[in-house]
Design a protein around this ligand. Structure first.
Ligand code: ADP
Ligand code: MG
Length: 143
């Protein structure tokens, strides 16, 4: 299934992600693509809020690579921008274990860096900056 949304502010992107996060009841993986400043972390905050996590605690894990938050489900927020070693580094991060957890939501910024690591089932989100505060969010649900 494929869906597209246009948002006109960071708040609108947050609200959209919030409604998606609120509806999650089973383990879900988000692969979140978009240039720097597109709004990936705003989207991540919305998903987190929908999982009953304080969005103020959700910040880009640019240097830590992964942040873990506890809400009504566990939330792993990854930013792979700085990943260089590909598979080895991801293995050390414990990505596979995160993906296998029974009650976790995993959101990956910069999934382009996953290389050959395959994610079988995920929601692919692409954010495009349309200029000003306008963003197009394309969501693709693979099954
Ligand atoms: P990324 O994680 O993709 O690098 P961030 O989410 O950290 O980007 O930052 C997005 C920036 O763009 C924020 O400063 C936010 O306020 C701004 N912004 C403006 N309009 C929007 C919008 N429609 N959706 C999301 N963010 C927006
Ligand atoms: Mg970010």
């Amino acid at each position: 299934m494929h869906e597209e949304f246009i948002t006109h502010s960071a708040e609108e992107t947050f609200e959209l992600a919030y409604s998606i996060g609120e509806a999650i009841t089973s383990p879900t993986v988000f692969l979140l693509e978009g240039d720097l400043g597109a709004g990936k972390t705003v989207f991540a905050k919305g998903i987190a809020a929908g999982l009953d996590i304080d969005p103020a605690e959700v910040n880009s894990p640019t240097f830590t690579l992964v942040n873990q938050h506890e809400g009504r489900m566990r939330f792993y927020h990854l930013d792979l921008y700085r990943i260089e070693g590909g598979g080895d580094e991801l293995f050390e991060l414990g990505l596979q274990e995160m993906l296998n957890e029974p009650n976790a939501v995993v959101l990956i910024e910069w999934p382009e860096r996953l290389g050959a690591v395959a994610i079988p089932q995920a929601v692919q989100v692409t954010i495009n900056d349309l200029g000003g505060d306008e963003r197009r969010l394309s969501l693709c649900y693979t099954t």
